[in-house]
Design a protein around this ligand. Structure first.
Ligand code: NAP
Length: 265
């Protein structure tokens, strides 16, 4: 038990669940948040690891949901040492066909929810002169990504936001780290409707969310600016993608996000 406190959003499954697990393994008490019922099981799992856990059910795609989460954090009366702005959803398919309401919800969660919660966390951490902020962006934050274009644009926001915030906070004792996973074996692709694609792990080996979380935690604790996680291919793709022409990036991504039966025809 370190007496340290971490807040993790999207902690009911996937990368967020594993981030919370890694924080608990390192003795942090937790505030975990998500919108669905699976959060209750996560709460039980982490309590069994011997740390204090507060689970907050909140729809972080809404202004009131984010505000409620932060009120619950403040009610603990404890300093927040680390926060992972991780909750996020995707949307797969051609823009001409995809559902507008789902895409607006995506932008509200991935963009507005992230900046809203960051506003509270930054004010809190700057006032106390320390803190660590992890923002889950993606490898697609830096890609031309047909069939995932609203999602990739939201993750480009998250990455640009993380980079700019880091620069603004450089003399405050607060660090900002962007987590940039490649395809990771979570519920994400099912939710996005991309399960039956190369990227949706049918043809490509996806990273384990625990490995992503461990590498993210390490980078956050070191105060790194960003980390491509978790496998070697993601690290290489991240390092070279800026050199690849847009048209080639678009072709590569379209192939990965296209339904497998269309790819083979
Ligand atoms: P996941 O298993 O589907 O987890 C998403 C988490 O977000 C869940 O805990 C979910 O909880 C929560 N969430 C969804 N809508 C919410 C809402 N309106 N309010 C509050 N919480 C909400 O997917 P994941 O892969 O771990 O995704 C986590 C982050 O990683 C996302 O930001 C995603 O963009 C990013 N990422 C994923 C991959 C990948 O390949 N998997 C790659 C790069 C980046 P409930 O459903 O219980 O509400």
């Amino acid at each position: 038990m370190t007496g340290h406190l971490a807040v993790i959003t999207g902690a009911s499954s996937g990368i967020g669940y594993n981030l919370a697990k890694v924080f608990a393994e390192n003795g942090f008490d937790l505030v975990i948040a998500s919108a669905g019922e699976r959060l209750d099981k996560a709460e039980v799992d982490f309590q069994a690891m011997g740390v204090q856990v507060k689970a907050v059910h909140a729809d972080l795609a809404t202004y009131d949901g984010v505000k409620f989460l932060w009120q619950q954090v403040e009610a603990l009366g404890r300093p927040v040492d680390a926060i992972c702005l991780n909750a996020g959803v995707g949307s797969g398919g051609l823009f001409v066909d995809t559902d507008l309401d789902a895409e607006i919800n995506l932008v509200r969660l991935n963009v507005e929810g992230t900046l809203h919660l960051a506003k509270y966390a930054v004010k809190h951490m700057v006032a106390k002169g320390s803190g660590k902020i992890l923002i889950t962006a993606s490898i697609v934050s830096e890609m031309v990504a047909p069939r995932e274009l609203v999602y990739s644009a939201s993750k480009a926001f998250d990455l640009a936001f993380a980079k700019g915030l880091r620069a603004e906070l450089k003399d405050t004792g607060v660090t900002v780290t962007a987590l940039q996973p490649g395809p990771t074996d979570t519920n994400f692709f099912d939710r996005e409707g991309l399960h039956d694609t190369y990227a949706g792990t049918k043809g490509k080996k996806a990273s384990e969310p625990y490995d992503v979380a461990q590498q993210g935690f390490k980078a956050l604790m070191k105060g790194d600016d960003h980390v491509y996680v978790a496998d070697l291919l993601t690290k290489v793709e991240g390092a070279v993608m800026g050199l690849v022409p847009d048209a080639v990036q678009a072709m590569m991504h379209d192939k990965q996000a296209k339904p497998l039966d269309e790819s083979s025809s």
